[in-house]
Design a protein. Sequence first.
Length: 263
Amino acid sequence: MNVTCPCCGERGKVTFERSFDTTTTVIEIQKLTKTFRKFTAVDSLDLTIYKGEIYGLLGPNGSGKTTIIKMLTGLLQPTAGTTKLFGHTLPCKSIMNDVGYMPQDTAIYIDNTVHENLFFFGSIYGISKQRLEKREREMLQFVDLQNWRDSLVSTLSGGMKHRVSLACALIHEPKLVFLDEPTGGIDPELRATFWEYFGSMVKKGITVIITTHYMDEANRCSRVGLLRQGKLIADGRPSDLKNNTRTNSLEDTFLALAGRKKP
């Protein structure tokens, strides 16, 4: 299919949906629930995610996307339900070195330099100095911050801080990566570069869980889960979801499944 890429504006053959290994389960979720007093943020979620998959969580603010990721990374304790990562029931500290997490809010040390942040997070995972120096060069090039290596994070723009946070989440080459709106606040050209990198990650068998508000990004996922009021209302390949609802976009798909009409 020849399309104009919404990220970079270039026209050419673009393959959005990606293949993945359905024989190897990375995440297995059963009846996962999180309540805050009388409010149910996540309601009995059942979900299986496979090796080498880019799985997109799509939904409006308050639909439960970030809460799900926080439970899967051990930052929130579920009210009910079970979760397995790599076959281990959470909580399980032994697998955390295989997990990378980039939160929606910047979670880096703004009074330190970009270099100091990368070395700090790399050292947490026990990376050798020689390997860490190589990974730092790779990550700085990836997020296009080579010229800001020795800059204090506090002096950077919001989008640049976001890029530092992403580099820190990937510095240790995790097998499973949670990215909570990783492309927010960055320009379209760099956003396209990020997705090229995400594609190269899954080719290596790395599994990526991503939340996004960009519909073109959701279309690039292997599968997407549509969330509404804490419930998973649909799950599948973007093309299948659109075909099943006879809609032309995931936005219309969501509205159709939610029982709403597009204004």
